[in-house]
Write a protein that binds this ligand. Structure first.
Ligand code: UDP
Length: 256
């Protein structure tokens, strides 16, 4: 056993398993128990989780969905042109990003919002090298407006940015603590997978993220970690390489 050198400032501190991560939080998480919109108490709670791991020295970028405010596909199904509905969905993600920025800055975390759709009076445009520089300086970069393109989702936006930023992992913070054999809210016999391969997720149609996001992570060898962001302290555990979660990588299928 190695004994920490007490003369070092980091002595005894837990060491993060990842240096740089992208955290994807679905819009659904931010609505809390409300059923619609932004619940500021929930945003504050997620911000506290983020602030804690940023304090551990982890470089963190965030992608937040917009499903708590607007989903293009469901509105298109009610007769609106899909592309226009999707642009509205992307604007919803900007609102969530600004709410999260505000919550993080209240906690003293330095942040920048970068949008894939230019809106220069509100936030920065997405510029890859600039985003990387922010991360190197310890700022949290919140990527808004998904990919900037209709017919995509924020999951694909998260995968794209995780690859562009050279992240060590894509962390998917949801309201469930991993990937289950079936919906645990409906099926009491559902069990959680400890590990899955990208191909398991695709071939079993497990609907963790959309197929384009999974494929992009597979092509770039970036693991996806699915965990509950609603559980206090879980993000920290995941960053330390522990806690209840499902890891999707090239590894074998393994149930708990
Ligand atoms: N959207 C889009 N292109 C993107 C990202 C998002 O068109 O690159 C739109 C799409 O209409 C989607 C909405 O934005 O329904 C909200 O995003 P999403 O459903 O992915 O949010 P989440 O489910 O994560 O809350």
């Amino acid at each position: 056993m190695t004994v920490p050198d007490a003369t070092q400032p980091d002595a005894g501190k837990p060491k993060p398993h990842y240096k740089r991560v992208l955290l994807k939080v679905s819009g659904e998480v931010l609505m809390g128990e409300q059923g619609y919109g932004i619940d500021m108490n929930t945003v504050d709670a997620v911000a506290e989780e983020v602030a804690e791991v940023v304090g551990m020295g982890v470089e963190l970028c965030l992608v937040i969905g917009g499903g708590n405010i607007f989903r293009g596909l469901s509105t298109a199904a009610r007769g609106m042109e899909r592309a226009s509905a999707d642009y509205m969905g992307m604007l919803a993600t900007v609102m969530n990003a600004l709410a999260m920025q505000n919550a993080l800055e209240k906690l003293g975390v330095s942040t920048r919002v970068q949008s894939a759709i230019r809106m220069d009076t509100v936030c920065e445009p997405y510029i890859r090298r600039r985003a990387q520089r922010h991360l190197e300086k310890g700022r949290v970069v919140i990527f808004a407006a998904g990919t900037g393109n209709p017919f995509f989702t924020t999951d694909s936006g998260a995968a794209l940015r995780a690859a562009e930023m050279g992240c060590d992992a894509l962390l998917k913070g949801t309201s469930v603590d991993g990937v289950y054999t079936s919906d645990p809210k409906k099926d009491a016999s559902a069990t959680r997978y400890e590990r899955l391969s990208y191909m398991d997720v695709l071939s079993r149609d497990l609907r963790v993220m959309d197929a384009s996001a999974i494929s992009l992570m597979r092509d770039n060898g970036i693991p996806i970690v699915v965990f509950s962001i609603r559980h206090p302290g879980r993000l920290r555990d995941v960053i330390l390489g522990q806690g209840t979660r499902t890891i999707i990588s090239e590894g074998r299928l393994e149930r708990e």
